[in-house]
Structure formats: C-alpha cells, structure tokens
Design a protein around this ligand. Structure first.
Ligand code: COI
Length: 355
C-alpha cells in the first residue's frame, strides 16, 4: 500500500467542451509521480499539479528509449460514479513490458492505487457525455544521466490523464486500412508484445504514408515472412470470415490488447467460433473476393471497437461489409461500451470503482 502525498493544483483549468474533445490534447489538473532508485526501490509516491518537469538532456530515455507505457480509461456511469476498466490487466501488461525493457516492476496493487489516486483527484474531469471517457496514460522512463547503453538505475513512473471522445475523426464510422509492404513494426524476440515507445516510433513513417494516401492506419505484416497479419497501427484486428471470428495469434510480436481479450471473451460467451491463428493477407483478400469476408474491425483502448470498411494492398481495394459497420462489430461495440459506461450490467466484474 503506497502512502501517497497530495498537493492540490492552486490553478485548476476550465473543463474543455465535451463536444469538441480531441484525443490526447488536453490534460487534467494533476499527475501521479513516483521515483525509483537502485538500492531504494520505488519511493516518494505523490499526486501533484500537472506541469513540466526539468530533465537533463543526458537523461537515458532521450537516447535509448528505455520507456514503456499503458493506455486505459475511466468512465462515468449515469449515476455519476467513476470506474476503471480492467486496471489489473494493465498492471500485469505493464510489468510484462518492464521485464522485457529491464525496468523494475511495480506491484499490481500499487499501480492500481496510483491510477485511482490521480483519477480521484481529477474525478470532475471524467466527462459524462455519451462516447466520452478519461484516457489514462501511465508510463515509466529511465532517468539516469548517462550515455552508456545499459539499464538505468533510476526511473520515474508517472500517470497523466486527458478527457477524450472518439480516437478516429470517423468516430464509429468504418476506417480505411492499407497493408504495409515496406516497413515492419516488430519481429519475434523483439519488443512487439510490449507497449514501449520505440514500437510506435518505428511505426510512424508507415502511418504518415498511409495518411497521405487517405487511409487511417496500416495493417502490419509479420517481419519475417511479410505474409501474416499482425495488428493495425493502434489496434488489434479481427475478421469475421464465413461465420467464424479470426484474429492473429499472439506470436510475440503482437500486442496482447485488453480490448482484444475482452472481445474474445464476449464472442466465445456468445457462442461464436473464434480462431486465434496465423492469418495471411492473401487469405483475407481471397475471402473478400469470394464474399466470405463479412466483417473486419480493430480493437484497442483508445479506439474501442472500430469497424474497418476498406482494405487495400498495392492497387487492390476491397470493401468490407459494403463499407458499413457490421452487425457483430456493432454488437461488440454496444456491449463493451455499455459495460464501460454502466448502461449495461457487468457480469464479468470488469469495472473497478474509483473511491
Ligand atoms: C491505446 O489504445 O491505449 C493506445 O495506447 C494506442 C495509441 C493511442 C498509442
């Protein structure tokens, strides 16, 4: 149990207009901070006013990207309660990222307590308009001032928050995705299964190229065979092919998404046949040609459940589900967001109240 000190923000900001929230642009009044030093462990947990921190430019994170992060959300129920979605899953995944990046782990209870502390301080910032939530970004950075390539001996764990609406400007309207055939995001044995900043840095060039051509994001292929689908820019991906839901298996280079896991649990409970396996781009485009590719969607904390209406590879374009959101995609979106916003029962006990 952390003994968290609290310094209230003397200059709270006005709340942004819930109708025009842009993802990740407006931050709340407070942040959680905790330091790590070798020999001392994690210490000095505190909630203080959100603001800039001074860092020497020799700080290791700026050079070798020893950094990991999480993405999670808090939601306001119709009764005004604030709840987190599966926060222990984020705690577990963060520690799995820590192990790969040689960053000291944080006990799961401490992680959840830290998130609750900052969300509780900023509970008025959790928006209540339909479709909105408070996005929470926990992260750890290496803070040793050293240019040697080795594990840092000091770290900062921080949690910052921002009220958000839909991640894509399209909202729940289908997005267009393009199969990336030049860059790769990750390979087995690398860091693909972690949430580290470096994975996202490596993805930016392809994302920019896709956007220039009118696509929302890219569909990554595996780095070895350049054949199997892995994930989309900021989402895992699922397809309904001939009645079966198919999603890339977690081979080590795919992010184990919490929304992915939740959707698979819902789908299995609803009696769908679900296959986690290798899915080649060829299989998808063939299925589209024969008419058996019924639906495609992405899953992620930021993006929730996001329909994919068009897939492109080179000059080939295939429309999925007539470019409209599919019935199963809509059901997943409605059920998941219903549980999150508290408008549907939570039979799985996924929601954790913030006291
Ligand atoms: C999330 O869905 O939480 C993510 O971290 C994706 C992205 C915004 C990087």
């Amino acid at each position: 149990m952390l003994d968290i000190s609290f310094t209230p923000n003397p200059n709270p900001k006005p709340r942004p207009d819930p109708d025009t929230l842009v993802f990740g642009k407006t931050f709340t009044d407070h942040m959680f901070l905790m330091n790590y030093d070798a020999g001392q462990g994690w210490h000095h947990p505190r909630v203080e006013p959100y603001g800039p921190l001074p860092f020497e430019l020799s700080c290791m994170v700026f050079h070798y990207a020893q950094e990991i992060f999480e993405g999670m959300k808090a939601y306001r129920t119709p009764e005004g309660k604030v709840r987190l979605f599966r926060p222990y899953e984020n705690a577990r995944r963060m520690n799995s990222s820590c192990r790969r990046l040689c960053i000291p782990e944080i006990p799961e209870e401490d992680f959840v307590q830290a998130v609750k502390a900052v969300v509780s301080a900023d509970r008025d910032w959790v928006p209540d308009k339909a479709g909105t939530s408070l996005y929470i970004r926990p992260f750890i950075i290496a803070t040793d001032c050293s240019l040697g390539v080795h594990a840092s001996r000091s770290y900062l764990f921080a949690v910052i928050c921002c009220p958000v609406g839909a991640y894509y400007p399209e909202g729940i309207n289908p997005v267009k995705i393009y199969v990336e055939d030049q860059d790769v995001r990750a390979v087995k044995g690398g860091t693909g299964f972690t949430k580290c900043g470096g994975n996202y840095a490596a993805s930016i060039r392809a994302g920019e190229r896709a956007e220039e051509q009118g696509f929302s994001q890219v569909l990554w292929l595996d780095g070895v065979h350049r054949k199997y689908i892995e994930e989309v820019g900021s989402m895992n991906v699922m397809f309904k092919i001939g009645g079966t839901v198919v999603t890339p298996e977690l081979t080590g280079s795919v992010l184990p998404g919490i929304t992915r896991k939740s959707c698979l649990e819902l789908l299995r409970d609803w009696g769908y046949s679900v296959e986690e396996r290798l899915v080649s781009a060829r299989e998808l485009f063939d299925a589209a040609q024969t008419g058996s590719l019924e639906e495609a969607w992405g899953t992620g904390t930021a993006a929730v459940v996001s329909p994919i209406g068009l897939l492109a590879e080179g000059e080939t374009r295939v429309e999925v589900g007539g470019g409209q959101i599919g019935r199963l995609t809509q059901r997943l979106y409605d059920t998941l967001t219903g549980i999150q916003w508290g408008t549907e029962p939570d039979p799985y006990g996924w929601m954790v109240p913030v006291e």
